[in-house]
Design a protein around this ligand. Structure first.
Ligand code: AMP
Length: 306
């Protein structure tokens, strides 16, 4: 099943307790495309880059059946730039710099060849751009999922509220869910988000796993306890890309399928954090993913005898 993916393609400067990089490829669409392409093809990308986006990165993604027709190139512009510094717990980070660059004037165009996508992921991006993409779709997709972050809660709340009424599933991390709803309890926060029009809510809790809410149902997924986490950047986008890529592959949007998709997304995210940027995502293969999935299954599997 075809998957339409919208998000940023960026350069990041990152500092973790284990090292520092000044300029590495990043962006929500980049991570999500690497992850989703583990499961499904083609992937139809909508994004914008400057003339500084490396051809090699484009070629590597194209080799994974990622289509760049919807990626606008501004030859004399610069890619979105983000810089972040992680605290010792690696669950929290400070944004040091956000330079929108080419993103500031982005007016996305969904190419005719992308019409008819059944699965749509609105990666972390300005909510106004997410709305514009949805408004251009001629056929209602089977599933639209979306990611966001504190930057957009702080700067674009009106558009964010609007887009929440247009999508099926919101992915958000715990602190952002609390910020968005003013609720400390994640159960109450999820209910409030559902009240805004989003049927499904996934709240990510970093190294503590993720919760899926649908009506009164809740599924709790563990996170893989890893000995070494090197760089958490992109874990959320990788999780989201893996989640929807897997659903597109099995073409099933039931609650049961979503539970499995969360484990798939978590498996990929657990690889992503092992190296800086998307480096690790370029190395892993289907057997690696299966191994991690098996570890997840045994991690949460138990029997009770009476
Ligand atoms: P994550 O760690 O999953 O939240 O994703 C980190 C990625 O999101 C980085 O590669 C950044 O380039 C990108 N990013 C950071 N801030 C934003 C933002 N405000 N909007 C969209 N993408 C962003």
């Amino acid at each position: 099943m075809s998957l339409l993916l919208v998000g940023t393609m960026a350069f990041d400067a990152l500092e973790t307790p284990f090292g520092k990089v000044d300029r590495i490829i990043g962006g929500s669409a980049t991570y999500a495309a690497w992850a989703a392409s583990c499961f499904t093809k083609p992937i139809q990308l909508v994004s914008i880059v400057g003339g500084d986006f490396p051809d090699t990165e484009k070629t590597e993604l194209e080799e994974r059946s990622v289509n760049f027709e919807g990626v606008e190139v501004v030859p004399d512009g610069k890619c979105f730039f983000w810089s972040g510094k992680y605290h010792m717990d690696l669950n929290t980070r400070d944004t040091l710099v956000t330079e929108l660059n080419v993103l500031a004037d982005f007016n996305p165009k969904v190419p005719a060849g992308y019409q008819g996508a059944d699965y749509v992921m609105l990666g972390n991006l300005a909510p106004g751009i997410q709305i514009s993409v949805l408004n251009q779709l001629e056929k209602k997709p089977k599933l639209v999922i979306m990611d966001t972050m504190n930057y957009w809660i702080d700067t674009a709340m009106d558009d964010l509220t609007k887009v929440l009424g247009m999508i099926d599933l919101l992915m958000i991390n715990d602190s952002e869910a609390r910020q968005l709803t003013g609720e400390h309890s994640l159960v109450k926060a999820a209910k409030k988000i559902q009240g805004m029009g989003t049927k499904y809510v996934i709240i990510k809790k970093g190294e503590h796993g993720a919760l899926l809410f649908y009506g009164d149902k809740i599924f709790s997924a563990p996170a893989m306890p890893l000995e070494d986490v090197f760089d958490p950047t992109g874990a959320g986008d990788t999780f989201a890309g893996g989640f929807i890529g897997y659903l597109a592959r099995i073409d099933d949007i039931s609650f049961e399928a979503m539970k499995a998709a969360i484990i798939m997304g978590s498996s990929l995210a657990s690889y992503c954090v092992e190296k800086f940027g998307p480096i690790r995502m370029k190395e892993i293969n289907a057997a690696d993913i299966q191994n991690r999935v098996n570890e997840f299954i045994s991690l949460a599997n138990f029997e009770i005898r009476n």
